[in-house]
Design a protein around this ligand. Structure first.
Ligand SMILES: [Zn+2]
Length: 172
């Protein structure tokens, strides 16, 4: 089921999410809905708070090559366990901040540990777009948006645009 995506500003996007205690069928349904919502948007990552569910769950699929096998990933209670000293700059966007993009600098590579949908412990070393995406999504679980890395003036300009967009959508 495709769920509505919250648009910034929204208090739920600024609030840390709660750890998942049990991996059950409700959580598996949530993960399936999140993947469906992400692919429909379309986007490469989505965190549960973006659909108003305050739990530490994110989904992503950064396979972009035409015709390549998709790689849907579901990360429960993800934690960054290592970051590279090397940084990289990506022009980031966000499904909760439509059509706004800005350069964000982050560690180029990260190791992340998480629980999978079977309740098993997993970890992986992410590089490239995957590394940027997983850090962006984990930020969502901590109530942080990519615009929080920008200078205040730029952030305020984007926030005003989003307020206007929300007013227009409410009227439509
Ligand atoms: Zn985002």
């Amino acid at each position: 089921m495709i769920r509505p995506i919250l648009i910034h500003p929204d208090p739920r996007l600024k609030k840390p999410a709660d750890p998942v205690v049990t991996v059950d069928d409700d959580l598996r349904t949530l993960a399936a809905d999140m993947l469906e919502t992400m692919y429909d948007a379309p986007g490469i990552g989505l965190a549960a708070p973006q659909i108003g569910v305050m739990q530490r769950v994110l989904v992503m699929d950064c396979v972009k090559e035409e015709g390549a096998e998709p790689r849907p990933m579901v990360l429960i209670n993800p934690e960054v366990t290592w970051t590279s000293d090397e940084v990289s700059v990506y022009e980031e966007g966000c499904l909760s901040i439509p059509e706004q993009y800005a350069d964000v600098e982050r560690p180029a590579e990260v190791k992340v540990a998480w629980t999978d949908l079977d309740g098993a412990a997993r970890s992986e070393h992410f590089t490239g777009l995957w590394a940027t995406c997983v850090q962006h999504e984990i930020d969502h679980l901590d109530g942080k948006l990519f615009i929080d890395y920008l200078k205040p003036l730029k952030r305020q300009m984007i926030t005003r645009k989003m307020q206007k967009l929300k007013r227009e959508r409410a009227r439509a």
